[in-house]
Design a protein around this ligand. Sequence first.
Ligand code: RP5
Length: 173
Amino acid sequence: MTDHSSAPSDAAPRVGLIMGSQSDWATLRHAAETLSALGVPHEARIVSAHRTPQRLYDYAHAARGRGLKAVIAGAGGAAHLPGMCAAMTPLPVFGVPVESKTLKGLDSLLSIVQMPAGVPVGTLAIGRAGAVNAALLAAAVVALSDDAVAAALDAWRARQTDAVADRPVDEPA
Ligand code: RP5
């Protein structure tokens, strides 16, 4: 799978972006795009808690040693990926519930957010908003020790603020 990084090709990924299925990419790509916009080197991998458990075990156990600072994990339905990843790495894990066809992502949300005390997953909103915000949180973690990413995050927030109009206008129906 392609690495979605705006950083030079020799930059080591600082954020790991994992998802349970190719079908999750339509949602998680928004996290990748946000990380790219902030200049955070990252990688994207399909890692399924159910279909590729050994891949998940290997990924989570190696994550910190490879220099990752945070993991974004997106999954839908019985979404065990973020929680299982959090069980096997000390890195902050941000969980993105993917909208499912049958239950609109409520199943994903509840299965990610209801972690037992002691194994935290920072759980975001269902869908695109959650993916974007997971990337912003992961970038904030990286920014604690990276002035360039901190500046990019500040600029991103300033642009967002500047883009909000004072007054509403009529829009075409
Ligand atoms: C989960 O099952 C994945 O995270 C995905 O959201 C969902 C459906 O997967 P596919 O059947 O589309 O591969 O494991």
